[in-house]
Design a protein around this ligand. Structure first.
Ligand SMILES: Cc1cc2nc3c(=O)[nH]c(=O)nc-3n(C[C@H](O)[C@H](O)[C@H](O)COP(=O)(O)O)c2cc1C
Ligand code: SF4
Ligand code: FES
Length: 639
């Protein structure tokens, strides 16, 4: 106990972490003891803190040796981030405040932020430069340019993104506008997509983008609150509207409307003990619901594992939605935020979660506004006691969707995946057992428990069970989120849910699971789409991001697009992935592929990369070699 108090004082005196974080670190701490010689010659053990505390103090002492903060910059930073003390884990949130205000990060502001937050300058700099949405500039520029991002993800490329990227710089070159290519922004059904600062432009034309940029129309439009949205009614249909009705900010069901429709009755019953936790876990298990972020781990089993860990336990919700081709989480969130929040409350209660962190990708500016506003309403008028809930903002790094990288990012660090074991269910956020879930996994909790596990598992085709939200984009007539039975085939999905192929296009190939899930030929269009059914063919369904290619496209171009994406998004922590993805991207540009070298690279990346990014990056390449040899062997004919 004495160790604990001393360490707590140490933390408190430096104002580094909140009392809550301190208590978390305490229970994890391996307090070290230093011997000191007392005047009486007694040798006494004096607890000073953890090894991390000591490192922290040394770093703090060393940090002011470099450039000093000037008064004006300190004032500017304080005006944005408020008065000290500042939590270390809020570094990225604070960087956002500065980046939003100045459209970039001047190095003088980074120096001031380091001083204000009591963090070494090197640490601030290494975090700021990790994330694509932070533009670090060395000297004071007159006025930072407006950024126009043009998505060059596969679906947008199919829809003409390269043309936009060619034309826009010439049209806007003299107007303090910077046009940059960006990876998938999560609106693939609206391809091609551009984003003027924070304003998404669906089905973008160069003329529209120029008009918005010149008018400085750069913020995401506000959404109206009036929609009554019930996903169960959409099972067997399209969640997204028809292409001609695409909206950047659709209306959504607000707090009052959601409660009026019986919302939060389940959460209140679980929290108040009227519905017992075991029956909820049982329903989750019986429904067969598996994690919908990509890995497909059974949700109920994960709840049991984390429930059995020692308190305090935390939750991280993954709304990073960075997998190219995936936009299902955004589609639900921008229409029905409370169904997700109710799932979060139920999970938190059943598993015994003390604090929840919702990590939302930075590109979803509209969703962020909705979620913050609706969270505020929920917290102001709660239906039952709530856990602590914090909304965190990503900063443009795909790797932060990987669960351990996300945890690093929530802690305010570079999003570099951790080595496992230990798994995050045991040692996760701030060293505590952590339940991490994809948005959509939690989104279905209310319907599964209220309607019964049998409701969810009653859907399914070809021997598979459950519902899947397929994000379909590419050469189909009606792209969008399709709430279809698990096990549906691609051919059925296109015919029944997407209005068929676009005019003049016939099915040639498809990607069943975004960038990492492989590329399949038309001959595999009758394989049931679900967890476990795709692996035997060399791919996986992941987040069910289906991208459809036609006879006008090439699978090799899709593979190159994906490999460039991986090279861009590799966190760089391990060599097989950092070097392998860049080298593979260069090799894929050759008219005839050096298959032997590519296979070597594939093996090294799969076997020696730390995380799923590097391990899965070879999938599209392997599939092209296997299923589309005529595209890469120089013969032009199928082998
Ligand atoms: C490179 C990489 C990127 C990922 N991106 C996401 C993502 O954007 N959203 C997501 O929910 N899961 C993503 N995941 C999966 C998460 O690591 C994790 O499995 C998931 O959030 C767990 O939640 P679930 O069990 O509800 O699916 C990614 C995994 C990897 C390896
Ligand atoms: S595999 Fe790639 S993304 Fe994952 S840790 Fe290694 S370098 Fe980073
Ligand atoms: S939004 Fe462009 S590919 Fe997804």
């Amino acid at each position: 106990m004495a160790d604990r108090l001393d360490t707590a004082r140490l933390h408190a005196s430096h104002g580094q972490v909140s009392a809550w974080n301190a208590s978390l670190e305490l229970s994890e701490s391996r307090a070290f003891m230093q011997t000191s010689v007392a005047p009486s010659t007694d040798v006494k053990a004096v607890p000073l803190g953890t090894a991390d505390d000591l490192r922290e103090r040394i770093r703090r002492k060393a940090k002011l040796k470099g450039r000093q903060a000037d008064d004006a910059s300190l004032e500017e930073v304080r005006a944005l981030i408020g008065a000290a003390p500042h939590r270390r884990d809020l570094l990225i949130e604070n960087l956002h405040k500065i980046n939003d205000a100045y459209r970039c990060l001047h190095d003088r502001h980074l120096v001031a932020l380091a001083r204000e937050m009591n963090i070494p300058m090197a640490e601030v700099y290494e975090v700021a430069t990790f994330y694509h949405h932070f533009e670090v500039v060395r000297e004071e520029a007159a006025e930072a340019p407006l950024t126009v991002r043009v998505c060059d993800g596969l679906s947008c490329e199919l829809a003409g993104a390269q043309d936009l990227l060619k034309r826009l710089p010439a049209l806007l070159g003299n107007e303090n506008v910077r046009v940059v290519a960006a990876p998938c922004v999560g609106r693939c059904e609206q391809a091609p997509v551009a984003v003027v600062h924070q304003r998404a432009v669906p089905l973008a034309t160069a003329e529209q983008v120029v008009t918005l940029a010149r008018a400085q129309d750069e913020m995401h439009p506000a959404s109206a609150i009036d929609a009554a949205f019930n996903p169960a009614d959409l099972a067997g249909g399209s969640v997204s509207p028809a292409p001609q009705d695409v909206q950047v900010a659709p209306a959504y069901t607000g707090y009052e409307a959601y409660r009026a429709q019986g919302g939060y009755a389940l959460a209140a019953a679980v929290v108040n003990g009227e519905t017992d936790a075991e029956s909820v876990i049982q329903a989750m298990e019986d429904s067969g619901l598996r994690g919908l972020g990509g890995a497909g781990f059974p949700a109920g089993r994960k709840w049991r594992i984390v429930r059995d860990q020692p308190a305090p336990k935390l939750m991280a919700v993954n709304i990073d939605e960075g997998e190219p081709g995936t936009f299902k989480d955004r589609t639900y969130l921008e229409r029905d935020p409370h169904r997700f929040l109710e799932g979060l409350l139920v999970a938190a209660q059943v598993v015994g979660i003390a604090r929840c962190y919702i990590y939302l990708r930075d590109e979803y500016h509209g969703c962020r506004a909705i979620l913050q506003a609706e969270l505020d309403k929920l917290q102001a008028n709660p239906p039952c006691p709530l856990p602590n809930i914090e909304l965190r903002r990503g900063a443009g790094a795909y790797i932060c969707g990987e669960e351990s990288a996300m945890i690093e990012s929530i802690e305010g660090k570079r999003g570099e995946p951790r080595m496992r074991p230990p798994y995050i269910a045991q040692v996760g956020l701030f060293g505590r057992p952590t339940l991490e879930h994809n948005f959509e996994t939690l989104y279905w909790v209310r319907d599964i428990v209220e309607k019964g596990a049998g409701w969810f598992s009653s859907f399914g085709r070809n021997g598979r069970k459950g519902l899947r939200s397929f994000s379909v984009s590419g050469r189909v007539k009606h792209p969008g989120v399709k709430l279809a039975p698990a096990g549906i085939t691609l051919r059925e999905l296109i015919a029944e849910y997407c209005g068929g192929m676009q005019d003049g296009h016939t099915l040639y190939a498809y990607l069943p699971g975004g960038a990492s899930g492989g590329i399949f030929p038309e001959s595999l269009a009758d394989v049931p789409l679900d967890f476990d059914t795709i692996q035997p063919h060399g791919g996986f369904i992941g987040s069910a991001a289906v991208i459809v290619l036609s006879q006008h496209d090439k699978a090799r171009d899709a593979a190159l697009n994906m490999m460039r994406f991986f090279a861009h998004e590799s966190c760089g922590q391990c060599t097989p992935c950092r070097v392998g993805t860049a080298k593979a991207a260069a090799l894929l540009e050759a008219p005839v592929w050096d298959v032997e070298t590519l296979e070597d690279l594939n093996t090294v990346m799969t076997d020696a990369s730390i995380c799923g990014l590097g391990q899965a990056a070879p999938n599209p390449v392997r599939c092209v070699i296997k299923y589309f040899p005529h595209e890469v062997n120089g013969s032009g004919a199928a082998a």
